[in-house]
Structures are given as C-alpha cells and as structure tokens.
Design a binder for this molecule. Sequence first.
Ligand SMILES: *Cc1c(COP(=O)(O)O)cnc(C)c1O
Length: 390
Amino acid sequence: MTASNAMNQLTSFTVPQSRADITEDEIEAVAQTLRSGWLTSGPAVRKFEKAFSDYLGGKAHTTATNSATLGLTTALKALGIGPGDEVITTTNTFTATALAIYHLGATPVLVDIDHTLCIDPNRIEAAITSRTRAIIPVHLGGLACDMDAIHDIASRKGLLVIEDAAHALPTSSRGEMVGAGRSAATVFSFYATKSITTGEGGMITCPDPALAERMKRLRLHGINSDAFNRLNGNSWLYDVTEDGFKANMTDISASLGLVQLAKLEKMWQRREKVAERYYEGLKGLPLTMPAKPLPNDRHAWHLFMVQLQPEARIHRNEFISLMAGLGVQCSVHYVPLHRHTLWKKVLDFDVREFPVAEKAFSRSVSLPIFSSMTDSEVNTVIEATRSLLQ
Ligand SMILES: *Cc1c(COP(=O)(O)O)cnc(C)c1O
C-alpha cells in the first residue's frame, strides 16, 4: 500500500479538504533519522534551517520550532512584546495568531479585512493607540497582504511588523519572497495541512542575526546553547539566561521537512494548476472567485476560497452539506476571531467594527486544494459545484 492510499482511508470523502503529499522518500528520511540515534534537535534541524534560508534567497536567519503558534510567541517575545502591549492583527485568522500575543500578556487588537480577505490597511491606523507595538498581517490563503501599505504605516508609527506566513509558502510580494527579510520576523507553519509539512512544526525567519540567536535560546527553555552543542562540545555546563519556551523542532520532523522543501516548487506548481482549473471550470457561476495576486507576485494557493453571491440562492451552510453529500469536503476560513467565546470575553470590541469580515464569513467556502490532487478529483469538485449552482 502506498502512503497516499493509506491516507485516503482516513476520510470518507471522495475529495478531502486537504491531503498531505507524503511519499516513500519522506518515510525513508524519517527512518534514517530514527536509525541515526539522534532524535531531537540536531544535525537535521540545522540542515533544514539552512535549506529554508537558501530557498528564501540566503539572507534570512532561520529558527525552526515545533509549531508556528509557538514560533509566533517566540518571535514576539524576542522582539520585546509583553504585558501592557497591544498588537494589531486581523479578525479573519486562526485563533493561534491571537493566542501567541495573548499568552505573552499582550492584547490582540482585531481589525477588519478588505475584499482580499486580508487585513484592510486603511483600517489599521484607527486601531493604533499609545500602547501599540506591532502589526501581525496574515497572508490569508497564500495571497500576500498589501505589505507596502503596512510597512508604510509601521515605519511612520514606529511599529514592528511580524508576518503570520502560515499560509504563505511560497508567496512572493513586490518581487520578494515572503520571509526573505522585509519584516522584523516572519513565521511559517508546517502543520499537516500546510503547503509543506513536518507533521507539526514551524520556522521563524528574520533579518537580524542577533535576534535569531535570541530566538534560538528562547525556543529551548532560555538555555544559552542547545543540547547538540553541549554534547559535541563535551561540556556539561550551561546557563539559563531567560524564561524561554519548549519550542524546538525534532530531527525527526526536520528530516521530513527537508524532503518536503526539496519538492516545494513542484508541489506549488500543481496547486497553481488546480487553481487555474477552478477559475476556468467555475466560470459563469454565482461565485466571487479569489482575488488574484499582483502581476509578478506569487500566490501560494494554500486555500481556494470562493464566496457564494446572493444570486446563488443557497445558504453557505447548506451548500457545504450538499457538497459533502456529493463526496467533496469543503471548509470555511475562518470563523472570524470576534465570533469566538474566548475573544468576546477577553477583548474589547463591537461586532459592528467588522462588517466586511461578517459578510465574507457568511458566504465563504474553501474548496479542496492540495498538491496530490488528481485531475479526476478536481473535476469532481467542479462538477459538484456546477450541479448545485447552475
Ligand atoms: C496553521 C496556522 C497557524 C498555526 O500553525 P501551527 O503550526 O499549527 O501552530 C497560525 N496562523 C495561521 C493563519 C494558521 O493557518
């Protein structure tokens, strides 16, 4: 049985929302790491960090973590964010973006989106107070936010920019790869559904080598050197210099990530092909198609989010259950943060601050898109959608 046959059995859907693209190469790489005897952060993590930096052009300093959530927390802490600080982000994101801020004792400040489904740069300035320290834009679905506008506000107001790039590999913006070094820090996710996976994992990139060193300490309890250095330097002595996290990546994950990263361009090409077929195959239906990237920019196509227009005369929830009946697993990205019990309880906002996100949420549907998607799976999605909307 191949790896992908085994995984098909995990879902009852003909076409799942996503499926990790794992082959015997990944399995062999992980097996080799297990045989090597070095399981936690060691040579494979170093190699993965170097390969990731090379992929982005070689200038970014990279710090591998066990998740993007703790990657964001580590990056924010390294940049000095803490109690009393406010950090602006979008309401249309996964709860992890806001949790990373909240766990440091800082306050997430939610801002509405624009038609791209990313944070509306025109609404950022109104959310800035004397406590605001940073902005975390989220490249939703893999489409780059308007980084020129965001950096312009940040530099005028003296704010840091930390990019949540969980969806944005490989995304480029204004001719530069996301994560290559424009912002103070950028964080990628290698969760099972993301464009490359290490099972669980993340990567922080930043232009400042001293900051990267601090992140490397913070990801391992705040100890001044990692276990690999200690054992290889034959030294038992270590010093705890700050209150860090347990956020290091294992060599098991990194060896998986190295194989995935080598395939990233090919996997991305397939995602783009799937997106092209959706634009073509869904023409003429009462759907708002995803915003396209600017010329020369690259959309990672982590998600393919359409919106049902009022003329579709079908509620989004009903559409998703009918699609499920036809074997296609759809999703919604996201239930905006301002709708969740936790954030309603601990943050101070009025739902009327988010008219665009409210409207997008009520109509939004994410169609399946993943690199191991076959032509016949793409056709199944197109035919199911046409049968419900034509
Ligand atoms: C997946 C995701 C995260 C968290 O990533 P983990 O690696 O699972 O911690 C953060 N932000 C966004 C937008 C995500 O989609």
